[in-house]
Design a protein around this ligand. Sequence first.
Ligand code: 13P
Length: 250
Amino acid sequence: MRTQIVAGNWKMNCNLDESLHLLNALKLKDFSKADVEVVIAPPFTNLYPIHQNLNDSSIKISAQNINENEEGAYTGEISPDMLKSVGVEYVIIGHSERRAIYNESDELLAKKVTAALKHDFKIMFCIGEMLDQRKADKHFDVVKEQLEKGLFHLSASEMKQVVIAYEPVWAIGTGETASPEQAQDIHQYIRQVLAEQYNQDVADQTSILYGGSVKPNNAREIFAKKDVDGGLIGGASLDADSFAEIVMSF
Ligand code: 13P
């Protein structure tokens, strides 16, 4: 059985006080009834204090980005070892905002994937088409190319560390979600591509999350689809009640 995951990507929100407040509210929720791994991705500055305040909570911590180099003259960047040293378990790589706003190319993302694996992180690798690509019926080709260029240098055993997050760019922060059927269609396709590149075992074991305007009122329907193994949640993860409701939608 694949791991079901609900991850909150806090993006560039929450200063230290706000982060700890949100964490404390999440710690009061009883996630044990849902068979789901709960992950939060606060901004870099709050990773360590969050880790220190987790106590016996089962919530896992993710970074939102990682640098592909080990160390050195890369002003403003954060290395894999730095993230490891503050208790980070997951890293998000290839978020569409990193691709679009910070021009992160497929080639760079492939290097980040390699660096993250070298340091034993679990990876949430984001893929997804833009609106014009969806309208032109290119979404299957787009995600296939993103997988090939970003991930397919990995071996089958390395792929076991990777979770895929399908986030159609037109659904991120827009209030517009892919329909459960649209999500299922592309998740099934992603699994088929994994089976072709690797084998059925890798395809069956890889968790594929959906992201893009997931809210408490649509999560249940989306998560009910057979190839949707959870969600990567933006806006709704900043509110403990909404995020908990989404987690409990399983
Ligand atoms: P929203 O849930 O705010 O649409 O963001 C999705 C996302 O980008 C998660 O990484």
